[in-house]
Design a protein around this ligand. Sequence first.
Ligand SMILES: *[C@@H]1O[C@H](CO)[C@@H](O)[C@H](O)[C@H]1NC(C)=O
Ligand SMILES: *[C@@H]1O[C@H](CO)[C@@H](O)[C@H](O)[C@H]1NC(C)=O
Ligand SMILES: *[C@@H]1O[C@H](CO)[C@@H](O)[C@H](O)[C@H]1NC(C)=O
Ligand SMILES: *[C@@H]1O[C@H](CO)[C@@H](O)[C@H](O)[C@H]1NC(C)=O
Ligand SMILES: *[C@@H]1O[C@H](CO)[C@@H](O)[C@H](O)[C@H]1NC(C)=O
Ligand SMILES: *[C@@H]1O[C@H](CO)[C@@H](O)[C@H](O)[C@H]1NC(C)=O
Ligand SMILES: *[C@@H]1O[C@H](CO)[C@@H](O)[C@H](O)[C@H]1NC(C)=O
Ligand SMILES: *[C@@H]1O[C@H](CO)[C@@H](O)[C@H](O)[C@H]1NC(C)=O
Ligand SMILES: *[C@@H]1O[C@H](CO)[C@@H](O)[C@H](O)[C@H]1NC(C)=O
Ligand SMILES: *[C@@H]1O[C@H](CO)[C@@H](O)[C@H](O)[C@H]1NC(C)=O
Ligand SMILES: *[C@@H]1O[C@H](CO)[C@@H](O)[C@H](O)[C@H]1NC(C)=O
Length: 561
Amino acid sequence: MVKLNSLFWGPFFFICFIEFVSLRADAAVKKYQFDIQVKNVSRLCHAKPIVTVNGMFPGPTIYVREGDRVLVNVTNYAQYNMSIHWHGLKQFRNGWADGPAYITQCPIKTGHSYTYDFNVTGQRGTLWWHAHVFWLRATVYGAIVIMPKQGTPYPFPRPNSEFNLLFGEWWNTDVEEVVKQGNKLGLPPKMSDAHTINGKPGPLFPCSEKHTFAIQVEQGKTYLLRIINAALNDELFFAIAGHNMTVVEIDAVYTKPFTTQAILIAPGQTTNVLIQANQVPGRYFMASRPFMDAPLSIDNKTATAILQYKGIPSSVVPTLPHLPAANDTAFALSYNSKLRSLNSPKFPANVPLKVDRHLFYTIGLGINPCPTCQNGTQLTASLNNISFVMPQTGLLQAHYFKLKGVFRTDFPDRPPTPFNYTGAPLTANLKTSLGTRLSKIAFNSTVELVLQDTNLLTVESHPFHLHGYNFFVVGTGIGNFDPKKDPAKYNLVDPPERNTVGVPTGGWTAIRFRADNPGVWFMHCHLELHTSWGLKTAFVVENGQGSDQSILPPPKDLPPC
Ligand SMILES: *[C@@H]1O[C@H](CO)[C@@H](O)[C@H](O)[C@H]1NC(C)=O
Ligand SMILES: *[C@@H]1O[C@H](CO)[C@@H](O)[C@H](O)[C@H]1NC(C)=O
Ligand SMILES: *[C@@H]1O[C@H](CO)[C@@H](O)[C@H](O)[C@H]1NC(C)=O
Ligand SMILES: *[C@@H]1O[C@H](CO)[C@@H](O)[C@H](O)[C@H]1NC(C)=O
Ligand SMILES: *[C@@H]1O[C@H](CO)[C@@H](O)[C@H](O)[C@H]1NC(C)=O
Ligand SMILES: *[C@@H]1O[C@H](CO)[C@@H](O)[C@H](O)[C@H]1NC(C)=O
Ligand SMILES: *[C@@H]1O[C@H](CO)[C@@H](O)[C@H](O)[C@H]1NC(C)=O
Ligand SMILES: *[C@@H]1O[C@H](CO)[C@@H](O)[C@H](O)[C@H]1NC(C)=O
Ligand SMILES: *[C@@H]1O[C@H](CO)[C@@H](O)[C@H](O)[C@H]1NC(C)=O
Ligand SMILES: *[C@@H]1O[C@H](CO)[C@@H](O)[C@H](O)[C@H]1NC(C)=O
Ligand SMILES: *[C@@H]1O[C@H](CO)[C@@H](O)[C@H](O)[C@H]1NC(C)=O
């Protein structure tokens, strides 16, 4: 059993969550109330109203145990449409609770409520939740901590205590306005003004004396850090001065432990590390900073928090850790290559060995005409040259109720015109085609998807997230994927299993999964900038024959459009 950290969300934990009499042996029903409220919050000498859950920034942590049923009643008191995604939860047959607006539900309108009702089955570890409509996740996010079943220990030494670290981004002005401004120009919106750790930027930013997050540790003890990258647009390095970290879990899947001086974490990903408070008692900075190895303007802002040994006065000046350089591709590739599934008898890696369906999707940036934009053009992004157009109604409803004309199922398995994907930059004819096109997948078939970055406009690293599933990252490489040579180098034994993976700059990543969860499942780049530019699509996974192999009926309170 792990002690829940009471330093943090303790008071909230006791007020807002009620454990009900269990239905199954050790499972319980956990109920939460999420009030979407606007609250005036101050950072970097600026105060502004932001959208929050229950007035908290970041929002409350959801604590559950594997096997629990969770009911979250989301009531929207803000002026924006809202929907919440439970990032990484598989939502078996239950896309109704997945959350992305206009994909699995219509948004919860101002003054309305919707109860997300889901079971946490076959997963344990750290995940997170966030708004999944426009850019509202900038301030609407929080952690999900799934404890293992009662009596089931971690497959690593039991920590004495644990802390959640959520990385985010902060804008001094209204994020929705910043985005509108960018769209008007057809260009990226203004970069964030700060990076944050648990909503606080730390002392390297102005006016941050009161806005530094700190944890207190005791000499000789071991701590579990549950690290979540909730930033909108940046992959991040993270390190702690004087202390190494042992990675034990990613995206709520146990890994073979390895020790490192820094981690790399993409937006959407989670990483659990163990740290030992075994250094000279003092104050040490924990720091995060973007990783960016594409020829684009670099955001070099460093967010800091403090690791403080018990008994050390706050007047002691902390030291900064060594972080890899922003363009340290070698570190990024080496770090990712160390990630391996635990693949123990209890936690096997069931990698599909035979592939029923081979998919090859190119990732491209582009420029499309835009009569309403200042410049007459707008930057865009595409998969297989298709920039996804958001529908007006939920795709899952359209699929379930067989509504015609909402989407097509002719998303191509391969790019329409093959080219030298990662050769010299291509800057002529950057137009993309537009459409709400999905790919239909047979129930329980095995899928291999190769995501190939391209030189259209510029190469860049893209963290891809698939809803409704975990997948195995069986291979990755720089340059063009070679279907003759590269599969021979796949790891089909203990590849990392996760829900979000970074496709390297000018490279490719191959993932495999078994399509055993019927529904409509969103897949997108988790850089919010690229999601909004159309770097997204969805899979329509058909129902199976069995009685427990079809989409559940929609809940009665599902928001209408
Ligand atoms: C937010 O706080 C600032 C500083 O305290 C104040 O000037 C501003 O009027 C407040 N805004 C709202 C909407 O309450
Ligand atoms: C959700 O919360 C709202 C606001 O408190 C309440 O009116 C509604 O009845 C709740 N829904 C459920 C299912 O409890
Ligand atoms: C959750 O589990 C309970 C108990 O097994 C079951 O009755 C319920 O239908 C499940 N809900 C969903 C959304 O799968
Ligand atoms: C951290 O790991 C590095 C490389 O393995 C090693 O040189 C260093 O001594 C370790 N530091 C601590 C504090 O354990
Ligand atoms: C970060 O970037 C800014 C602007 O490009 C530059 O002025 C500054 O020196 C950089 N800081 C560091 C620590 O590299
Ligand atoms: C990384 O950036 C540094 C400083 O901007 C530069 O000196 C170095 O050449 C770059 N390294 C690579 C591999 O691009
Ligand atoms: C206008 O668009 C062109 C490409 O179509 C680009 O080169 C240029 O930088 C843009 N200018 C502005 C001000 O957006
Ligand atoms: C693709 O472009 C690269 C870089 O320009 C070049 O080295 C390579 O030979 C090209 N590949 C093919 C198949 O043309
Ligand atoms: C993408 O589609 C547009 C519009 O049909 C076309 O002009 C362009 O050549 C295509 N680009 C690629 C790389 O296939
Ligand atoms: C899916 O296919 C695998 C391999 O054929 C089989 O073992 C498994 O029982 C199937 N699962 C379902 C839910 O049909
Ligand atoms: C909120 O969602 C509804 C339903 O999809 C839509 O009609 C309305 O325009 C949306 N409002 C805003 C402000 O986006």
